[in-house]
Design a protein around this ligand. Structure first.
Ligand code: UDP
Ligand code: MN
Length: 297
């Protein structure tokens, strides 16, 4: 059976990028056991990713929560650096969730980029603010955000962009390797181990430990992810349980059950506190120092 020229081109290109990935970074794992690419610097061509995204005429959502003191402390820098580095050249819509819409800083936005502010109720405990994000995102993905975006990234606010975070990161579902845990053996990963929790990951289970500060995917995939996590969080709450790392524990359970289509290397969300590592070539997001005494009650 003949293969049409455009399909043949696509096959050649996919094989080529597959090889490029292996050759470019022999120092790191560039493919998961289920065949998903792990994106490291040098394993992709940013110009090709940019061109493919432009051809699809995408709108990319970026959600961020800034509740309580996280707003004045982190939001301006997060948005200003996103303007410099996040999906530059694509159509982008930021969704800022806060209890104080009037306090959202006015950041000058580039062409094709918009910002929407959504009011949320301020939960009393910081853990509840963090966990409640899954329910709120789920609702947003069934509302305007879900109608106007094709792909969405959901991020923590206590970080800023340092270099390009572009369409190479897009896929049906995207998980972020946790900077502190990517080199650790599986038995040391901080999954929820209490079998009563909906987030429980048994010994011998789990692929990687993913960071809840960055995850993304198509609207449909994220509706599934946030719905799963919101229900699991609710089930635990009804039983008087709280998973070890809150929403992150449930996210890790979800990605164990539903493998991500793409995995981002720790270069995409790096903690400067870890110090120098040969394999970390170009950090794209940097964690802010953990100043919990200042931002948490
Ligand atoms: N958050 C917030 N206000 C709070 C607690 C959390 O806005 O009082 C949001 C914010 O986007 C933050 C995210 O929830 O980045 C996750 O919380 P945090 O960053 O403190 O968790 P960690 O990264 O330390 O696990
Ligand atoms: Mn954080």
């Amino acid at each position: 059976m003949g293969v049409c020229p455009s399909a043949r081109m696509a096959m050649l290109r996919d094989n080529f990028t597959g090889l490029l990935r292996l050759w470019a970074r022999p120092d790191v794992l560039t493919c998961t056991s289920w065949g998903a690419p792990i994106i490291w610097d040098g394993t992709f061509d940013p110009a090709v990713a940019q061109q493919e995204a432009l051809q699809q005429n995408l709108t990319i959502g970026l959600t961020v929560f800034a509740v309580g003191r996280y707003l004045e402390k982190y939001l301006a820098r997060f948005l200003e650096t996103a303007e410099q580095h996040f999906m530059v050249g694509q159509r982008v819509v930021y969704y800022v969730f806060t209890e104080l819409p009037a306090a959202v800083p006015r950041v000058a936005l580039g062409p094709g980029r918009g910002l929407r502010v959504e009011r949320v109720v301020r939960e009393r405990r910081w853990q509840d603010v963090s966990m409640q994000r899954m329910r709120t995102l789920h609702e947003a993905l069934h509302g305007r955000l879900g109608r106007e975006a094709h792909f969405v990234f959901c991020m923590d606010v206590d970080q800023h962009f340092r270099s390009s975070f572009g369409p190479e990161a897009l896929a049906e579902s995207v998980a972020q390797l946790h900077a502190w845990h990517y080199h650790r053996p599986r038995w040391l990963l901080p999954y929820e181990r209490d079998a009563r929790s909906a987030a429980a990951v048994a010994p011998g289970e789990g692929d990687f430990y993913y960071h809840a500060a960055v995850f993304g995917g198509s609207v449909a995939a994220l509706r599934g992810l946030t719905g799963h996590c919101a229900r699991a969080l609710q089930r635990d709450r009804e039983r008087g349980l709280e998973a070890r790392w809150h929403d992150e524990s449930h996210l890790n359970k979800f990605f164990w059950l539903h493998k991500p289509a793409k995995v981002l290397s720790p270069e995409f969300c790096w903690s400067p506190d870890i110090g120098w590592r040969a394999e970390i070539r170009r950090p794209r997001l940097l964690w802010a120092p953990k100043e919990y005494a200042l931002v948490r009650d």
